[in-house]
Design a protein around this ligand. Structure first.
Ligand SMILES: [Zn+2]
Length: 83
């Protein structure tokens, strides 16, 4: 099976708060944050240098956490030491 790298893409949409936001886990650079809110998990990302937040993969823990792992691996290989 060929390793396809980080070609996975997600549909991002503007984050709109629906309740109490809890951070489950954040990437080293804190760009990607796995969040829990009102019974749903999702990935939150912040565009560099801005306060704008977008969310993706809202739903169950399995889908959101695996997406978070993919995104943080891809990001922090580049952005931070030890990724
Ligand atoms: Zn990163």
């Amino acid at each position: 099976m060929a390793w396809r790298g980080y070609a996975v893409t997600y549909r991002w949409r503007p984050y709109v708060a629906r309740g109490l936001l809890r951070v489950v886990e954040a990437s080293r650079c804190e760009r990607y944050v796995l969040c829990y809110e009102e019974g749903e998990f999702f990935v939150l990302r912040r565009a560099a240098g801005t306060a704008v937040c977008e969310e993706a993969v809202r739903g169950g823990f399995a889908a959101a956490s695996s997406a978070w792992v993919w995104l943080t691996r891809a990001c922090c290989l580049i952005c931070g030491p030890g990724g």
